[in-house]
Design a binder for this molecule. Structure first.
Ligand code: ASP
Length: 335
């Protein structure tokens, strides 16, 4: 069921080969820590390229907020990425609906959810944070705001995504597929859902985070997962650290996952142990559900120590600092 998560195998084809062959892929090293600031970490193997973009800002002494926005725009723009941004798979009715949120060192945050026709939800989320008195805009209101702010309205459903959706429609007896992330659910066995969550600490020691996704492929129209929900998909507290999540968003929302991880770090847990505890909380609440789903957390503390934990094996995260810009690490898991 989790074959697609075997990212080394998956990535052995196509363009990602080059990136991965240069990467240090470390087994079970998610407890590595570093005090080497600045630093940026992100979920999944596509986090490598995203981190490298973020690094351009961080290495110049730029602000973590600018770094995370620039970084996650890379997978948002990637036409081969069907789980984030413009080439994301649509919902059950053929609409590409995007979710994103962003949070800075002052506790400011902004978010968009179920937004259509705009390619870079993270930048809209940032403007919600900076230019409105609100935290979250959804659906048509989010699109309207984005257009007012100068974003181009465009059709996001790519021919490839449309083909995959039509293929899925042939067999899909739709039920909300919160516990399915298997190959047969998506033609070609590619990503059903995977989010980029990114956390950065800049040279001044300030922390920001960003999280962006197209959510679950072929979800019910209007479904919103954890990724744009502050506290669920992302949380940053500049005194403590930051956390982000990926996987089945419904379970993360139920447990306010990222906030939980940050609060556990506040109580003294290491990033990895805090992530593990949050994963265990999800399993404890719904043990039967948890056996068949993936949820992963990634966290960093104020010192720049980082860690991750997932329910299932196969979760990877990318780390970038002055020592190394293309590190990919396998997160530990319960199962
Ligand atoms: N967390 C995302 C969602 O539930 C999907 C994922 O990260 O795999 O929408």
């Amino acid at each position: 069921m989790y074959n697609r998560r075997k990212f080394i195998k998956l990535s052995a084809a196509g363009a990602s080969l080059a990136a991965l062959s240069q990467s240090a892929v470390a087994e079970s090293l998610s407890n590595i820590s570093t005090t080497n600031l600045p630093i940026v970490i992100s979920t999944w193997d596509f986090g490598i390229a995203a981190n490298q973009e973020a690094w351009k800002t961080l290495e110049k002494g730029g602000r973590a907020l600018d770094a995370v926005e620039a970084g996650v725009k890379i997978p948002e723009a990637d036409m081969n990425n069907h789980t984030v941004g413009r080439a994301g798979y649509p919902d059950r009715d053929g609409h590409v609906t995007l979710d994103a949120c962003i949070m800075d060192e002052f506790g400011n945050c902004g978010s968009v959810a179920a937004m259509e026709d705009i390619a870079h939800p993270i930048s809209v989320a940032r403007l919600v944070m900076e230019k409105t008195p609100h935290v979250m805009l959804v659906g048509n209101g989010a699109t309207q705001f984005a257009v007012e702010q100068g974003f181009k309205r465009e059709k996001l459903l790519t021919p490839e995504s449309e083909k995959a959706w039509k293929e899925w429609l042939k067999t899909a007896k739709y039920s909300p597929a919160i516990n399915i992330e298997n190959e047969q659910h998506v033609p070609g066995g590619k990503y059903n859902h995977d989010t980029i969550g990114m956390l950065a600490i800049d040279a001044k020691g300030n922390i920001s985070g960003a999280c962006t996704t197209s959510g679950m492929a072929f979800k019910l129209h209007g479904r919103v997962g954890d990724s744009p929900i502050i506290g669920a998909g992302l949380y940053v507290d500049n005194e403590v650290g930051g956390a982000t999540s990926t996987g089945v968003g419904e379970e993360v929302i139920r447990n306010v996952g990222s906030f939980l991880v940050v609060e556990l770090m506040r109580q003294g847990m290491s990033p990895e142990n805090a992530c593990k505890e949050a994963v265990k909380r999800i399993i404890k609440k719904k043990p039967d559900t948890a056996k068949n789903i993936q949820v992963g957390f990634l966290a960093i503390n104020k010192k720049g120590e980082y860690g991750a934990y997932a329910i299932q094996s196969g979760f990877s995260f990318a780390v970038c600092n002055a020592d190394k810009q293309d590190m990919l690490i396998k997160g530990k898991s319960i199962y």
